[in-house]
Design a protein. Structure first.
Lengths: 162, 162
DNA sequence: TTGTGTGCAAACGGTTTGCATCTCC
DNA sequence: GGAGATGCAAACCGTTTGCACACAA
């Protein structure tokens, strides 16, 4: 059987990019910051929209001890650097995801029953943003488009399960 | 000079609609509920996106004494009845506005500096929502599209004021 | 008259902050 | 060595809730 060692390398170039982005602002690359960002950049992470609590939970499971203050402070730093962006998916808590150009410009379709989140891209959304801001003389910073509905699985549950 | 008495009538038919919507559900029309909904329906209200705190403030200024618990409970009732809907405009607090069909389907352009909110309509946004939900078998409940930018006035302030 | 609505105050949950200690540059 | 980062615990702030009293139907 072939060694899967290559799957386990730590992609040092990613850490270098992160380090120089931080150092440019007089900030430092710490273990905690690395681990938090890694949750968003590892190719095996299928859930890329993370709340502070989910980050805490995942790092604890990996054996990393980290405080909520550090998580919140790191998330702010990453948003300021443009590495992450905040998204509104559910009520009462904030979610974070990789920001463009580190990830594609996309929007979200959320099932209000099970919380499942789909991403999608559509140029029309960007065009409407550009048109509206241009017409009113605004500069465009950001836009959030979130569609709420019920997914097929949850539909079936209600229809068959009573 | 002509009396402006007609401007001051209380549009009793609006209260009747509200009362029957409530009574259908076994709920009651109280003074507090009337006053809260009136903030959204009076034609002179130029700021139609209100938070619980703004509602509290405006009613106090009108000499109405009301508690936050009543405001929050009323907002929930009105959302359940479909009269109001929640919108995400700023961080950390919820805003409410008249819901369709009591108001038009629209979206928001927000200045992140001064908080000014513009409403706009665009069929493309609804079409994208319908297309995405249809493609994935979701039912469409709701969508929120919010564009963030800087308005011309705030631009000028930064450019000229230093 | 009775069940719904209100106000008060306390609880709640996610987030922020002050401070002592630690660590990256 | 010194500025910046961390962890802890307490504070914070918008929101929710339990309970006694008030009021619409």
């Amino acid at each position: 059987m072939v060694s899967n060692h290559s799957l386990e390398v730590h992609f040092p170039e990613k850490q270098d990019v992160l380090k120089s982005l931080l150092n440019q602002e007089g900030l430092r690359l710490t273990n905690q910051r690395q681990e938090i960002v890694a949750l968003f950049t590892t190719s095996f992470a299928d859930e890329k929209h993370l709340s502070a609590e989910e980050i805490h939970h995942q790092l604890l499971r990996q054996g990393q001890k980290i405080s909520f203050s550090t998580i919140y402070r790191t998330l702010h730093v990453m948003v300021d650097l443009g590495i992450l962006r905040e998204v509104e998916l559910a009520e009462g808590k904030k979610y974070y995801e990789l920001n463009a150009p580190f990830a594609s410009q996309h929007h979200h379709l959320v099932c209000v029953q099970c919380g499942e989140v789909h991403e999608f891209e559509d140029d029309r959304v960007i065009k409407v943003s550009q048109q509206e801001t241009h017409e009113r003389g605004f500069s465009l910073l950001n836009c959030q488009f979130t569609v709420y509905g019920v997914c097929p699985q949850c539909h079936n549950m209600f229809n068959s399960g009573g």
